[in-house]
Structures are given as structure tokens and as C-alpha cells.
Design a protein around this ligand. Sequence first.
Ligand code: SF4
Ligand code: SF4
Length: 315
Amino acid sequence: MKEQEKNLTLSSELNHPGRVFDIQRFSLHDGPGIRTIVFLKGCPLSCLWCSNPEGISYQRELMYFPNKCIGCQTCVNTCPKTALTFKKGTIRIERNKCDHCGQCAEACPSEALRISGKDLSVEEVIKEVEKDLVFYQVSGGGITISGGEPMNQPEFVISLLLAAKKAGINTALETCGYANTETFLQVLAQVDYLLYDIKHMYPQKHRKFTGKDNKIILENLKQAVKTVSCLTVRVPLIPGFNDSSEEVMEIASFVSSLSITSLDILPYHRLGLSKYRSLGKLSGMDRIKPLERSRAEELKYKIEEKYLLKVRVGG
Ligand code: SF4
Ligand code: SF4
């Protein structure tokens, strides 16, 4: 976690560009009210079930969506690296040749090719976010910074939060909590609403399925409750990883011990699988079925019976 170990001096003078892979308007599930979500590239974890695999690497990546391809081969003729060929009705990408220049994506008439990852200034992002000011005002919404892991780009995040605050926009942060504590607390000072993922209480299992230990994540949550007054813990409920009653109740016990009152359970879905294919990657969850909503509801009632937690089952 080299980036996270940096002790940053953050100030309103900073204006770093950020590497963004998506900006989604009109979200209703990532903080209060109507929100615009800014997705940043790069994450220190590599959760097997990640539904945004294009957010894991900080590098720009070429994505190919065969269902949109009309077979015109414009891209093949455009690529200066001869990284593309057209065989059996589909484009083949030699990814070791591709330098992510984006020329093929620009030339493609049907948006079947896309570069994930664009470097944007704070002003550019705020300009996009401000388009929905009126909706934030009527709904209590605002900007939500997500990823990937936003704390992977702390300089940009703090600049963006400060700019949002200056524009009178409510701020929310979605994080896995794997970050340098001092930097994290500096960022949290500008956050109105925190969405904090907890995946497992056992360090070894956490490491096996996400690539990293959970010690700093649990510690940072303890610190976060002292800084942010509006906080929801979110638990992705993953078959074979953390969906036993025992594992979920251990998370609930920890969360409740910190006097947090809001917990979201997010049942595993398969919506991200096609994105792995578009990146030329394999998903570790190909054969795992989505989690039944009834199982998530069952766990919700168990938690609410035992702890002073308001549990919401996400879609
Ligand atoms: S991004 Fe550039 S190098 Fe990569 S396949 Fe497209 S045109 Fe070729
Ligand atoms: S330019 Fe686009 S539509 Fe045409 S072959 Fe390439 S990916 Fe397919």
C-alpha cells in the first residue's frame, strides 16, 4: 500500500487531476437523495466478486463489447500498433501490443470499443456534477466519490471534496477503508456522508478473497465514527465467502459495538461478469450463482433482532 502510506499535507491549494472511469448521474442508492457518482480508477484490493473490474487497475484499459460491434473493421485499420484483428465475426485484441492510445475507440462508429480511464481536472468533474444542482437541492443529494477505491487518489479526492463544498454540494465517499489513517481522516473532514464497506472479520479469509488483510480497515472504521456523523456500513454478501449467519453476525456485532446504527446488506449479483470479458480478464465468480434475496432478508431480521441496527437489503 505504498500510496496509502504516504503522509500527505492536504490543503485547498491542491488541484490534482484524477483518473476517472465513469460519472453516473441520478443515482438513488449511494447516499441520501439524488446523487452523481464519480468513479475513480485504482484499488488496493482485488475482491473476487468486484462488479466494477475496470476500477481495479489504475492504468487505462481498452474494453470491447462484441454485442455492439457491426464488423466494419475501422478499428483494425486505425490501430497504429497492429494490435487488432477481425476473426470469426469478432475483434481480437493483442493486449501486449496495445498502449491504450484510444484511437480505435474514437474511430469505432458503434461504441463497441472504449478506453476506461480518463484524466480529468477538478473543474471538469465539478462542471459535470453541477448539472444536477437543482436535483440535489430538492432531494438532499450531492456528489458521491466512489471507485475503485477513492483513497487510492487522495490528493484528487480532497481537491474535489473542497470544490464541491465551495459550490454548496453535499459530499459522500464510498470506501473500502484500506488507507493511511492520517490521510483518511483529513479526507473525512470534508465528507458529509460515509459509505464504508466491511467484508469479513477474519483476517486470513479477508486476505484470501480480497488480496489484503482487514486490520487497517477495521481500525479506520473505529476512527471514522469519531469524525463523520452520518455513516452507513455496507456488507457485500458473497456466497461461500461471508454468507453464513455466524460471519454476518460477527460483522454486525463489530459495527454495533461502534454505535453505528445503519447497515446495508448487498447480495452478490452477476452484473459485472460481462465487463471482465470486455477487459479480456477472467472472473473468479463465473460459476457462482447470485445470492437469493430471501437469504439476505433472513439475515436482516436476525441482525435487527439482536442489535440496534437498521438494516437495508440493497438491490
Ligand atoms: S487503444 Fe490504440 S494501441 Fe490499443 S488497440 Fe486501440 S488503437 Fe491500437
Ligand atoms: S470499429 Fe467498432 S464496430 Fe467496427 S469492427 Fe471495430 S469494434 Fe467493431
